[in-house]
Design a protein around this ligand. Structure first.
Ligand code: SF4
Length: 379
């Protein structure tokens, strides 16, 4: 079995809680951040002693809002990641930032720790929309943050956009794409809003007070996104991700290629030595469990062959290049048509999947109903 080459570290603190967010996060103020950083270090050491690595190629510090940590809190975190995983110029080292809460001092710390990619949560460029979704930044913060990042030597930058937001029109979304394109950013991620339970939006929806755009508009937004970005020579390489050549997210490709990775931090998920696991979510519980048990597991299980085959299909189909038939055969000693033949045939006849040479992939129509396609690969 291949050893993990990727590490995800979760920083669950935010300066403001966005109205749509169901990630594992807490309001920053009053949290035991220094203790949390120490607990992450302990968990990393424990994970590595149980499941060694040979060479780490990608690191991703996500959240939450990692950039909400102060320089004093960030420095020991970056040091411990570097030491525990003996980082030597990883191919990709990403750090998530929210516009407006990153100083030159923090950017310089990131740079010297080897971070070479920034993922910026812009989401939208309209002040009223940003307020409506509960973001803490305004439009100018997006420009300032990108300008400082470039000045400090970061050129591999990704921005996140959202569509299907309450009160958002197709024209608003086109404006956000145009403004992003003007910034000449090499990578975009764009996600449609899903109203999740236990969010402000969920409560508003239950009261009938969430004016979501009509479904046709949401479809039009995704369509326009694909057209505008591909016209500008962005490579649409995953359902929600677009990049200039050579700027695809190597870390996220680990997930879509169904490869293993360490997941560190409260609520983080990982996949090592054939086992998928989830850590406990609440911060204090996470810290206590790390100290009492080493690994703060909520759940862990050995992934069965059937589960691995399902994952190979629905994770691989997220990529526009799709699933490699020969790789599936090498991994499982079976042909994907032997396992999923009827469904592949049906989805192909419905125009949602295509089979070309060594690849099974979504068609353009399939991209719009991807989750329904994926369900057909559950055994
Ligand atoms: S969307 Fe990001 S910044 Fe907003 S609450 Fe969620 S994790 Fe925090």
């Amino acid at each position: 079995m291949a050893l993990p080459k990727a590490v995800y570290v979760h920083i669950p603190f935010c300066e403001q809680i966005c109205h749509y967010c169901d990630f594992n996060k807490v309001y920053l103020k009053g949290q035991p951040i220094e203790e949390y950083v120490k607990a992450c270090e302990k968990e990393m050491k424990e994970a590595v002693s149980q499941f060694p690595y040979d060479h780490i190629e990608t690191v991703y510090i996500g959240g939450g809002t990692p950039s909400s940590l102060s320089s004093q809190q960030l420095e020991p975190l970056l040091d411990s990641i570097n030491q525990v995983f003996s980082l030597q110029k990883p191919r990709e080292y990403t750090f998530e930032i929210n516009p407006g809460n990153i100083s030159d001092e923090k950017l310089s710390l990131l740079k010297s720790a080897g971070v070479n990619r920034l993922s910026i949560g812009a989401q939208a460029f309209q002040e009223d929309l940003l307020k409506k979704i509960g973001r803490a930044h305004d439009e100018k913060d997006i420009y300032r943050t990108i300008e400082s990042a470039r000045r400090m030597g970061f050129e591999n930058i990704s921005i996140d956009l959202m569509f299907g937001l309450p009160g958002q029109s197709v024209a608003n979304f086109i404006e956000s794409i145009e403004k992003s394109l003007e910034l000449e950013i090499p990578h975009f991620s764009a996600y449609s809003l899903k109203v999740e339970e236990k969010t402000v939006f969920h409560q508003l929806q239950r009261k009938g007070k969430l004016p979501l755009p009509p479904e046709d508009d949401e479809v039009a937004m995704y369509d326009v996104l694909i057209n505008m970005l591909t016209e500008q020579n962005y490579h649409h390489y995953e359902i929600s991700n677009f990049s200039k050549n050579g700027y695809e997210s190597l870390h996220n490709l680990t997930y879509w290629n169904n490869e293993e990775y360490y997941g560190i931090g409260a609520g983080a998920h990982g996949y090592v030595s054939g086992q998928r696991y989830a850590n406990v979510g609440p911060i204090k519980k996470y810290i206590n469990n790390v100290h009492s048990q080493g690994r703060p597991l909520l759940e862990s299980h050995v992934v069965s062959t059937a589960e691995k085959m399902e994952e190979e299909m629905f994770l691989g189909l997220r990529k526009l290049e799709g699933v490699s038939i020969s790789q599936f055969q090498n991994r499982f000693n079976k042909d994907p048509f032997e396992i999923f033949g009827n469904n592949i045939k049906r989805l192909k006849s419905e125009g949602l999947l295509k089979v070309e040479d060594d690849r099974i992939s979504l068609t353009k129509n399939g991209l719009f109903v991807a989750n329904e396609v994926f369900e057909k690969f559950l055994l």
